[in-house]
Design a protein around this ligand. Sequence first.
Ligand SMILES: *[C@@H]1O[C@H](CO)[C@@H](O)[C@H](O)[C@H]1NC(C)=O
Ligand SMILES: *[C@@H]1O[C@H](CO)[C@@H](O)[C@H](O)[C@H]1NC(C)=O
Ligand SMILES: *[C@@H]1O[C@H](CO)[C@@H](O)[C@H](O)[C@H]1NC(C)=O
Ligand SMILES: *[C@@H]1O[C@H](CO)[C@@H](O)[C@H](O)[C@H]1NC(C)=O
Ligand SMILES: *[C@@H]1O[C@H](CO)[C@@H](O)[C@H](O)[C@H]1NC(C)=O
Length: 449
Amino acid sequence: MARPLPRRLALFCVLASCIALALAAGTTRPSRRGLAVGDSQDGGASDVGVGGGGGYDDSLMPRPAPSSEPRACQFENERLYRAYLVIQKFRKTVICDPKGVTATWAGTDLCGSYKGFFCGRPINVSDRTVASVDLNGFNLRSDSLQGFVDGLPDLALFHANSNSFGGAVPNLRGLQYFYELDLSNNKLAPAPFPTDVLGLTNATFIDIRFNSFFGELPAGLFGSFPEVEAIFVNNNRFSGQLPDNLGDSPVNYLSLANNDFTGPIPSSIGRAAGTLLEVLFLNNSLGGCLPYELGLLARATVIDAGTNRLTGTIPLSYACLRSVEQLNLADNLLYGVVHDSLCRLAYDGRLANLTLSGNYFTWLGPCCWDLVREGKLNVDRNCILWAPNQRSFHECAQFFHDNWSRMTCPVSKYVPCHPKWYAVDAASAREEPAAAEEYKYRTYSALHP
Ligand SMILES: *[C@@H]1O[C@H](CO)[C@@H](O)[C@H](O)[C@H]1NC(C)=O
Ligand SMILES: *[C@@H]1O[C@H](CO)[C@@H](O)[C@H](O)[C@H]1NC(C)=O
Ligand SMILES: *[C@@H]1O[C@H](CO)[C@@H](O)[C@H](O)[C@H]1NC(C)=O
Ligand SMILES: *[C@@H]1O[C@H](CO)[C@@H](O)[C@H](O)[C@H]1NC(C)=O
Ligand SMILES: *[C@@H]1O[C@H](CO)[C@@H](O)[C@H](O)[C@H]1NC(C)=O
């Protein structure tokens, strides 16, 4: 007590006055009434030696709260007391709680008995405090998160998947330790991308999928987060062009699926070669030529640009996708030859599932036929002679006739990799278990609410 750190001074004063008050109250047994809420236990408070307090002279302190409310001095520290007040205020706004979760949000033991709340010590802070809130799957309903998430200043993680939280995304800029935001599958008010989120410069995880956001993505989404690992914005109503700087983000897992993006896949994507592991462009209205730069993503295991309006031929650079396991280009307007070098990735690389169905390809390399037979390549609904389940002759002829003048995509023959790369990887590739299960991939898992 002799030389308390300045930042803890205020707390010590609070505790000291509580102890003094408790002593002044003499030998009175601490009243338990302040803690007798539900079945919560008097856990944390006793750690600092003032647990069970409350036997002090009431007249010395203002008593705005009803008698069942625990008081500041009964909490392990002041941060937890402040968090308590914030949680209680939020609790009153929860209008639906089918799992009875909020019944546990009572008493002083925030770190032990409150379901969904987890404590930790921020860097250079000796007090325990609410560091993480995980309400995933609780099905809570509240019209607003304002004053709750942003009212917990030491929060690092907020996970609220599959609840019915409404209103706007709270402004979390004041939360200096914050890095994981998951608001997926809620009922947030339809709105443009919440630009306050761009202030979370230390964010590693941004997940707002399955909501009703609309409008364009801001360029800041790919420029503001130097540490970001995952960005999931799938299943919203975003539209417009993807920002040109998309490839500048160090993101590992990126899902843009099931929106209404238009325009091309930005060629900057090639700059993400060292970091991007999975990317979903699936089910938008992206157009233009399939970019050569996708073939530079040497570390990517999942590349999915299916169900768009992409056109052109598959650039030879795609033979350099030595890590790719799932490559989906189905249901686009692609045409031309599927080269042997791409299909060889199933033998020399890690390719397990190549889906090219619903395009206008006309020719397969010999290796590709083997893949079709092995069930690893789907070329249904194309224009490939001798292959099963193809489009009618008429449909194919129509496509080439109607679009002949528009078939202006560059045919890039440049292969930006050396075949010898594979020899090294091939052995380890064969040791990997078959890459079949969808849930193995983080972005594909993100397509389920
Ligand atoms: C924590 O404290 C140490 C020593 O005072 C200091 O060097 C360091 O920068 C502090 N870290 C943070 C994140 O404040
Ligand atoms: C990000 O973290 C650094 C170091 O921990 C900190 O100094 C900075 O304030 C944080 N940024 C924000 C916006 O909280
Ligand atoms: C594709 O996206 C549209 C919205 O853009 C959506 O209505 C549709 O359900 C999506 N398809 C699938 C299979 O998810
Ligand atoms: C090409 O032709 C088909 C009809 O055969 C049409 O549906 C499609 O929109 C045309 N445009 C492009 C860019 O492929
Ligand atoms: C292969 O990929 C397609 C398109 O993403 C998917 O529909 C199919 O289920 C996948 N097949 C396997 C066996 O993973």
